[in-house]
Design a binder for this molecule. Structure first.
Ligand SMILES: Cc1cc2nc3c(=O)[nH]c(=O)nc-3n(C[C@H](O)[C@H](O)[C@H](O)COP(=O)(O)O)c2cc1C
Length: 333
């Protein structure tokens, strides 16, 4: 028997497969099913700053996840394919989930600026959450706003949330920073106990026939794994924090790659939304088979073994490799 256990944010987990924030955590029964299937922990869907301060629900949904979604995703929503639960209902759902499962449950707040709304971090803690994930997502459209200003807003928010709770705090960020290592370091200094890389942006498309913007949501594929994989491999060992990989986890191989890059956990949403919760035991069984076949005894043993610090050719993660990759591309005869 291989040992799949791992630790994340000080929590002991039976394996590294975690359900990332999605409509799958809206219903207690679905979380029960995920626990039975073997998921190690669940991140709740987010409570948005805008929901708390009663601003436009439509806007946040459009920016974050698109206002239209596919049939399989719609089936997970309580009504009309939109988030309808408000702040207090969120806390109630979290309490119910905590009462009915034994696996760790991580609450999720999604916001940009510090303010009264962050009192919900404490409410999430009081509701029994084992940790909190803070999703930082801001889409700058004003050319006058500088990267420095935006990053300072993030740092203030993280430090204020950190001060208001005792449970571990993870920060989920996007890949759109000029220096990911620098912002990561500062977020950790501001009090983040873990970093979740990366938030996935839902890009609106243009409908040429109807001359409209179509903000539809497309689920990920394993190809999207490469971006967080590279950055986790670069950050592992350099930034003293727990790393969680999100975006593109669909198979056992994806989870194993995440761990070898240095992630403590691999989070998945699209795979479970598209192919069902039964994928959890299948992925776990495939992981065990692969590890047995390759003589690995534990996840701990493989963690970070393909990080930038550990590989023979660290430049493969850097610019030096860029030219080599371009030159290796062969055009068709
Ligand atoms: C329908 C849907 C809803 C989501 N809702 C949230 C959310 O409320 N908060 C959050 O931080 N991420 C949310 N996400 C992002 C996922 O947690 C995850 O980070 C992202 O989908 C990338 O992982 P994947 O490739 O496994 O889908 C959502 C994703 C989907 C597909």
């Amino acid at each position: 028997m291989v040992d799949l256990s791992t630790t994340y944010l000080g929590l002991n987990l039976k394996n590294p497969l975690v359900a990332s924030a999605s409509p799958l955590s809206e219903k207690v029964e679905t979380v029960n099913k995920m626990e039975e299937a073997g998921i190690a922990a669940v991140v709740m869907y987010s409570l948005f700053e805008e929901q708390i301060i009663h601003e436009s629900l439509e806007l946040d949904h459009f920016l974050f996840y698109g206002s239209e979604s596919s049939a399989e995703i719609d089936s997970f929503y309580p009504q009309s394919g939109k988030y309808t639960l408000k702040a207090e209902a969120y806390i109630e759902t979290l309490k119910k989930i905590k009462q009915s499962v034994n696996i760790p449950v991580i609450g999720s707040l999604n916001g940009v600026s510090t303010g009264g709304w962050i009192k919900y971090a404490r409410k999430i803690e009081d509701a029994g959450a084992d940790a909190l994930e803070l999703n930082l997502y801001f889409l700058p459209t004003n050319p006058a706003l500088t990267a420095k200003q935006i990053e300072e807003t993030y740092i203030t928010l993280v430090s204020d949330v950190r001060k208001s709770i005792k449970i571990p705090l993870a920060v989920k960020l996007s890949p759109f920073f000029t220096s990911i290592p620098n912002i990561s370091k500062r977020l950790v200094e501001a009090g983040a106990n873990g970093l979740v890389l990366f938030n996935r942006f839902y890009q609106p498309d243009l409908d040429l026939e109807n001359l409209e913007v179509t903000p539809n949501l497309v689920l990920s594929t394993s190809n999207e794994l490469r971006l967080p994989l590279r950055w986790i491999a670069i950050l592992y060992g350099q930034i003293k924090t727990d790393l969680a990989l999100t975006s593109g986890i669909h198979t056992a191989e994806d989870v194993l790659k995440a761990c070898m890059a240095g992630a403590s956990v691999a989070m998945t949403a699209s795979e479970l939304l598209a192919n069902g919760i039964d994928r959890v035991p299948a992925i776990l069984a495939d992981m065990e088979n692969w590890m047995t076949g390759h003589e690995y005894e534990s996840i701990k043993q493989m963690k970070g073994s393909l990080s930038q610090k550990a590989v023979k050719e660290p430049a493969v993660f850097e610019r030096a490799n860029y030219m080599k990759v371009l030159n290796s591309f062969k055009t068709l005869p």
